[in-house]
Ligand binder design. Structure first.
Ligand code: LLP
Length: 432
């Protein structure tokens, strides 16, 4: 579900015409729907009611404090991967006691900070890290709560850059070896074993890999339960969303046949399918369940608004040059990912033309779409890059000395700036 739809010829987010937000705050501009984020959170929460569970939102997907606050107020915990993310969560009103700290390369300072704040668990990824956490906890006179991240060697069928649960990935500890590492953890005096964690990848659109991973890890958990007072099993995040046809408005008829085919090819993994797959085996296991969804909660809840700067007809192609670039949204360049592009002014007919939508950055990889059938657009017109709420702003950079874009949160008929646009002064502020 998402809350972007045409009304009276214009694209709206909830009750707000996107043109108004662009007029007020300029472009490129990220706009998020609070209603969509909360709807996704509540639906996942409700689907997991048969389990004792905690949804730990993966902060990396979108770390704006206003969004963290929305989720903290709704009762979410957080999956963090750095001291910076913990800082953001605490600033936004979240509690460390609901944070799990993941990542293969935690620094001494980060471990000290997380210990001092009292995180729910460190998700540990190697023996070396285990020893370091123990030493730091000893020096502080405390016990560090830990879970080991198991790598179940499951093929999640996703882009190789976002697959994490194969044995060749850097993440986690192999299933054949992890029991020995738990023994090591049990011998270290300043660690307290709390759980088991896994995460097999991102943008997974089929429930089967989740079922396979749980089935592979279940016997290990049974064995561990005999020895240690395990409290939780964190099944990670990774639930995929629809990128190709997120545009679920009443105006579907302006999709081209090509769009329609793409849409039916990638059927979404619904929350209901996901829950129906994971709840029975997890009930069987009987531990508290932690989940770490990022993209599912915020992906379809955000768009990147951009304005057409120039139209350029080259020998082979027509280029629509927009004011957003790969520095603002890097997913197409980095993962060849698809983002649906729709005009903010509703097209009045079914005319289409094949164009490349490109940004101003000096890289050939700076495109949002290639050979895409789009309604003809004019210079100055606004376009929305859909499903940009996850790993959009969070991965933005200042490449080409482009100031970071602004962000807006819509709640019903209100919209507010949740991050101001950087200025050119901001670009050099930290240099010395
Ligand atoms: N837990 C762990 C340990 C993770 O590494 C990740 C994501 C998540 C949870 C959240 O995964 P999600 O539910 O959002 O799929 N930048 C890439 C995605 C990278 C995901 C990294 N890890 C993209 O734009 O597609």
């Amino acid at each position: 579900m998402h809350s972007f739809h045409y009304r009276e010829g214009e694209l709206y987010c909830e009750e707000v015409a996107l043109r108004r937000a662009a007029d007020e705050f300029g472009t490129p501009l990220y706009v998020y729907s609070a209603g969509t984020i909360l709807d996704h959170y509540r639906r996942l929460d409700a689907a997991l009611v048969p389990l004792d569970h905690l949804i730990c939102y993966a902060v990396k997907a979108n770390s704006n404090g206003a969004i963290l606050k929305l989720l903290a107020d709704a009762g979410a915990g957080f999956d963090i991967v750095s001291g910076g993310e913990l800082f953001r969560v605490l600033k936004a009103g979240g509690t460390a006691a609901k944070c799990t700290f993941a990542g293969v390369g935690k620094s001494r300072e980060e471990i000290e900070y997380a210990l001092a704040e009292g995180v729910l668990s460190f998700n540990v990824e190697s023996e070396a890290e285990l020893e370091r956490i123990d030493r730091i906890a000893r020096s502080k006179g405390v016990k560090a709560p830990i879970a080991l991240r198991v790598n179940p060697d499951v093929d999640a069928g996703t882009h190789r850059y976002v697959s994490t649960g194969r044995s060749e990935n850097k993440f986690g500890i192999g299933l054949d070896h992890v029991a020995a590492v738990y023994e090591q953890a049990a011998r270290l005096p300043n660690l307290s074993i709390r759980g088991v964690q896994m995460h097999i990848g991102s943008q997974i659109t089929d429930a089967a890999p989740f079922a396979e991973a749980i089935a592979k890890v279940a016997p290990l958990i049974e064995e561990l339960k005999q020895r240690y007072p395990l409290e939780f099993f964190s099944v990670g995040g990774g639930i995929g969303i629809v990128y190709e046809s997120s545009f679920a408005s009443g105006s579907r008829d302006w999709w081209t046949e090509k769009d329609r085919v793409a849409a039916t090819m990638t059927l979404p993994l619904t929350i209901a399918d996901y829950a129906a797959t994971i709840v029975p085996p997890l009930r069987e296991i009987g531990l508290r369940v932690l989940l770490e969804p990022g993209r599912l909660l915020v992906g379809n809840a955000g768009v990147l608004l951009t304005r057409v700067r120039y139209l350029k007809q080259a020998a082979q192609k027509k280029f629509v040059i927009v004011d957003a670039g790969m520095n603002d949204l890097i997913r197409p360049a980095l993962y060849q990912s698809y983002h649906e592009i729709v005009p903010v002014r509703e097209p009045s007919d079914k005319a289409r033309e094949s164009v490349d939508v490109v940004g101003p950055v000096c890289e050939s990889g700076d495109f949002f779409a290639q050979d895409r059938e789009l309604p003809p657009v004019n210079e100055g017109e606004l376009l929305a890059l859909m499903s940009a709420g996850a790993y959009g702003f969070a991965m933005a950079s200042n490449y080409n000395s482009r100031p970071l874009p602004a962000e807006v949160l819509v709640q019903g008929d209100r919209f507010s700036l949740i991050r101001q646009r950087q200025t050119t002064e901001d670009l050099i502020r930290d240099e010395c």
